[in-house]
Design a protein around this ligand. Structure first.
Ligand SMILES: *Cc1c(COP(=O)(O)O)cnc(C)c1O
Length: 406
């Protein structure tokens, strides 16, 4: 046997001989009620799953280009912007994160990162790779920053960009950003900290009110698999005129060809020029995101925001009734899409997650980073955000805590 034959035989005994996908198909079919109340992904809406089965179209075909236009419009609605440069990059939330950061800053420039969890830490690490001068202000997980704290930091470090995570899904805090744009537009000469702002809304877009343009947010990004009820694959972003100007006046080209916004804006029909091949769009993910956005438009953002708020409030009160404590004590600081719950004393956090998976067909997330083993995270996002799911998860969690003792 040649080496090639060995490889082929091996693959035939793994992929070809495997029933893994069929198992998933059957398991998911049988467990109709399996719910993914994790920090992401959430269950995709069945209508979104359906369009995932459709045949491919060409990535530059008239139909596909029209679908990209629809996605762009849907995203402008979701972010509440009229920004021309609104599109979905191929990849998960991190792709949109890298795309924004790589385009908005150049080596040697200073960025202020508000770090109150995993995402600020991630952004700082990412910027260090492209030799940006990273200045962080830090808060513990579950806490957020006041505008005074942000402004003081801006005055002292004079950044070209401020990064804030609206939906800190690791600590469960929401970061108010409604006045961030105003702070970044301080023109006073002696203070001199006129800069751009970038906001991560991966776990909040569609679930928590965001009015990006009205709030003066220069660049904002998200993901598909959380409140938009899609599989991961195409990730939204919207970039306003001040940020576009900065990108168009860069001294050095964007470090990533794949994420070069000037080229992506052309492919997405945002620059008024004939649309050219840059890379093959994530065709099926675009179908699915379009379907997810159709559902958002049909329900309406106001209604979605209301549903997310009401379900989380119900979750908090049901959890309290059953003796659970939320990690973020002040309600107004809580992110309503990813709820962080303390693991009660004497309970085996990992065993609870396992039991929920095996007995109740419910998936939750454990703690991330500094909170590993100390909390569970319950996502109530998009398609999953229902009162029925709230009651199911509280009941299952309460039962599991009685059984899974350390
Ligand atoms: C989930 C999440 C991300 C990362 O998205 P991926 O799709 O996993 O790449 C980034 N930021 C926040 C706030 C998130 O919740």
């Amino acid at each position: 046997m040649t080496a090639n034959d060995v490889m082929k035989a091996k693959l035939n005994s793994t992929i070809n001989g495997s029933t893994l996908l069929n198992d998933i198909r059957e398991t998911e079919g049988r467990r109709e009620n399996k719910i993914m109340l994790t920090a992401g992904p959430s269950n995709a809406d069945p209508a979104v799953c359906d369009v995932g089965q459709l045949p491919l179209t060409g990535h530059l075909s008239a139909d596909f280009l029209k679908m990209m236009d629809d996605v762009k419009q849907g995203l402008q609605y979701a972010f509440q912007t009229t920004y021309e440069w609104t599109l979905a990059v191929s990849g998960t939330g991190h792709a949109a994160m890298e795309c924004c950061l790589f385009n908005l800053v150049e080596a040697g420039e200073t960025v202020l990162v508000l770090n109150n969890g995993v995402w600020g830490t991630r952004v700082a690490a990412l910027l260090n790779r492209i030799n940006v001068n990273v200045q962080e202000i830090k808060k513990p997980y579950g806490d957020n920053f006041s505008y005074d704290e942000i402004e003081a930091a801006m005055k002292s470090v004079k950044p070209v960009l401020v990064f804030a995570c609206h939906s800190e899904s690791s600590g469960g805090a929401v970061q108010p950003v409604d006045r961030l744009g105003e702070l970044c537009r301080n023109q006073s000469k002696e203070q001199g900290y006129d800069c751009l702002c970038l906001v991560d809304t991966v776990a909040s877009l569609g679930g928590v009110p965001i009015h990006a343009e009205e709030w003066g947010i220069d660049a904002i990004y998200s993901g598909a698999q959380k409140c938009l009820s899609c599989p991961p694959g195409a990730s939204p972003l919207s970039i306003g005129p001040r940020a576009v100007k900065k990108i168009q006046n860069r001294k050095t080209p964007c470090v990533s060809f794949y994420f070069d916004m000037v080229q992506l804006a052309n492919y997405w029909g945002c620059d008024g020029q004939p649309r050219r091949y840059h890379h093959t769009g994530a065709i099926v993910s675009v179908y699915q995101l379009r379907e997810g956005l159709r559902i958002v438009a049909k329900k309406g953002l106001d209604e979605m925001w209301k549903t997310h708020l009401n379900c989380s409030k119900l979750l908090w009160s049901e959890l309290a009734k059953n003796g659970f404590e939320m990690y973020v004590k002040e309600e107004e600081k809580r992110l309503i899409t990813v709820n962080v719950v303390c693991v009660p004393d004497g309970v085996d956090a990992g065993a609870v997650l396992k039991r929920l998976r095996e007995v109740d067909d419910i998936e939750l997330s454990g703690g991330l980073g500094a909170l590993a083993g100390k909390v569970w995270r319950i996502g109530l996002m998009g398609f999953n955000c229902t009162e029925e799911n709230v009651h199911k998860v509280v009941k299952a969690l309460t039962e599991a805590c009685k059984v899974c003792r350390k």
